[in-house]
Design a protein around this ligand. Structure first.
Ligand code: 5GP
Length: 203
């Protein structure tokens, strides 16, 4: 009888893409549909937007606290994105991955590149898959950024220029998913996760 593969290793799913592409909406939809998928909650110095809760969307912390955590190597990666700092907490992530869980990190392109290095240097005992979410068109991205209405026009234009630059890096990712509809983008990511688990003999 064939020996059963008994590799208990987690799967890290890195979802990235331009600001305003709808990453967090798609990720939230994915988490709702698949209870086995966990979310890595980032820390940020950005103030909460209406409806955002501490510990649910982000850990909202001060610049002083953020700097302290950077100094103590508490982040897997961190980056300055649009004037605020964002970081992925390392210890909770390592813990969940060691238990063989699937965990999603929603980060900007700098974050995804840093995580890729971290994984390639084998500093994390996990398989990782890198997914780039793109809008169906730049017009739609501009519309979504404006619709958010939480930022003024100058910020929207700045974010749009950054988003177009971010689109240039997509060939470095394992998968490119078009966010045409939230449900179908979440379904596509779910299918990718299932395939990756098979490919890497995870359960
Ligand atoms: P927002 O302020 O709109 O929630 O996020 C701004 C950008 O920061 C988004 O592109 C989001 O994916 C990214 N982001 C959120 N958390 C992290 C993180 O921990 N690390 C990095 N590098 N980017 C993050």
């Amino acid at each position: 009888m064939a020996k059963k593969a008994k590799r208990k290793q987690g799967l890290l799913v890195v979802v990235s893409g331009p600001s305003g592409v709808g990453k967090s909406t798609v990720v939230r939809r994915l988490l709702k549909a698949d209870k086995n998928v966990l979310l890595s909650i980032s820390a940020t110095t950005r103030p909460p937007r209406p409806g955002e809760a501490h510990g649910e969307h982000y850990f909202f912390i001060t610049q002083h606290e953020f700097d302290k955590r950077v100094k103590n190597n508490e982040f897997l990666e961190w980056a300055k994105v649009h004037n605020y700092y964002y970081g992925t907490p390392l210890s909770s992530l390592k813990e969940q991955l060691a238990k063989g869980k699937t965990i999603v990190c929603e980060v900007d392109v700098q974050g995804a590149a840093a995580i890729k290095n971290f994984v390639e240097e084998r500093r994390l005992r996990a398989a990782a898959v890198f997914i780039f979410l793109i809008p169906p068109s730049v017009d739609i991205l501009a519309f979504r950024l404006k619709k958010r209405k939480t930022e003024d026009e100058e910020v929207v234009n700045y974010r749009l220029r950054a988003a177009i630059a971010e689109l240039q890096v997509m060939e470095k990712y394992d998968y490119i998913v078009v966010n045409d509809k939230v449900e179908s983008a979440a379904d596509k990511i779910s299918a990718i996760i299932n395939v990756e688990k098979e490919r890497t003999l995870l359960n």
